[in-house]
Design a binder for this molecule. Structure first.
Ligand code: AHR
Length: 322
């Protein structure tokens, strides 16, 4: 049996416990909620990018809502709309293509949800539709690939015929890696792009396109300029199946510098891979937290990258993280 004062003590304790519970819950609710709309799982690069985002969200205590658009813009738009409906704190996405984002970004702006772009840029008439863009400079990557070619063929006679394996049509890396190459080789008329087609950044796509190019141009192809390592690896298979030696009979220039790319370089089958880092997770979490707290962040955050010619691959491989 409890007397009156005992009941009062118990009631006070219960209220205190309630307050503690409430504060625990409100702390959980304080967790930053980030909606991320990923492009897909088209490449080794993308897998590493997804892993970087998921693991850094966990480390940073961010409540991550993640969706995979399977390389389709309409799926990404749907995911962004659902994040708006869920009233997440920040939306981030890696846009599959450059154009067509204004309507959905206007909806996010009207809902006062800041948007951060990662990896790929977009073309919009109003820059205030996104808060920041974290990612590589794809145009510079293309120039790096072009400069490596210039160096490699210093003093050689032309024509030097290039077969280009393009990434996803309309995507920023496909557009910029192409334009970067053109910028460098346009003043050197030895270089000719004799074929150019999209392999959609996949191994299967790269192999299929390379098979068709080999059928049409055969030994005329001296260089394959592949917009990523996955397509280059697919192309290497096609070249070997055609009885030629990738890395020797056909020079392979590629992008990303993934472990798969490094293995191809160490086997002497890929001549160079221009680095493009997918490890954007930590920077994204940091930026999302600042943005959610109303702090200002740089509009453009460029990833630091380098170039790995095949001769450097074995020494660099042990410290590669993706
Ligand atoms: O946007 C980055 C590009 O997308 C990578 O180079 C490619 O591998 C990926 O699929």
């Amino acid at each position: 049996m409890m007397n009156k004062s005992g009941t009062r003590v118990l009631a006070t304790l219960m209220v205190a416990a309630g307050v503690m519970l409430c504060s625990t819950f409100s702390h959980a609710a304080d967790k930053l909620v980030l909606g991320f709309a990923q492009v897909g799982a088209e490449s080794e690069w993308r897998t590493a990018n997804t892993e970087s985002i998921k693991s850094s969200a966990k480390e940073a205590g961010v409540d991550l809502k993640f969706s995979d658009a399977q390389q389709k813009q309409e799926n990404q738009i749907k995911a962004i709309r659902s994040y708006i409906a869920q009233k997440v704190d920040v939306i981030a996405f890696s846009p599959v293509v450059e154009s067509g984002w204004e309507p959905v970004l206007r909806e996010a702006k009207a809902a006062k949800i800041p948007v951060i772009l990662t990896d790929r840029a977009i073309k919009v008439s109003d820059d205030s539709l996104y808060t920041a863009f974290i990612g590589s400079d794809f145009l510079e990557e293309g120039r790096r690939g072009g400069r490596w070619l210039e160096d490699h063929y210093k003093g050689a006679q032309g024509p030097i015929n290039i077969a280009e394996l393009q990434g996803t049509v309309g995507s920023a890396p496909a557009i910029d890696r192409h334009n970067g190459l053109i910028e460098v080789i346009k003043s050197d008329d030895r270089f000719k792009i004799i074929a150019s087609q999209s392999g959609d950044f996949t191994r299967a796509g790269g192999k299929q396109v390379m098979e068709a190019m080999l059928k049409s141009y055969g030994k005329q192809i001296q260089v394959v300029y592949s917009h990523n390592d996955d397509m280059a690896i697919g192309a290497i298979q096609a070249i070997e199946e055609a009885g030629l030696k990738p890395g020797k009979d056909i020079v392979i220039v590629s992008f990303d510098a993934t472990k798969g790319g490094f293995q191809a370089m160490m086997a002497g089958k890929m001549n160079v891979s221009v680095e493009c880092s997918p490890l954007l997770g930590p920077q994204l979490m940091e930026t999302a937290k600042l943005v959610a707290a109303g702090k200002s962040v740089p509009k453009r955050i460029v990833t630091k990258e380098t170039v790995f010619p095949m001769e450097t691959a074995a020494a660099a491989f042990p410290s590669r993280k993706y």
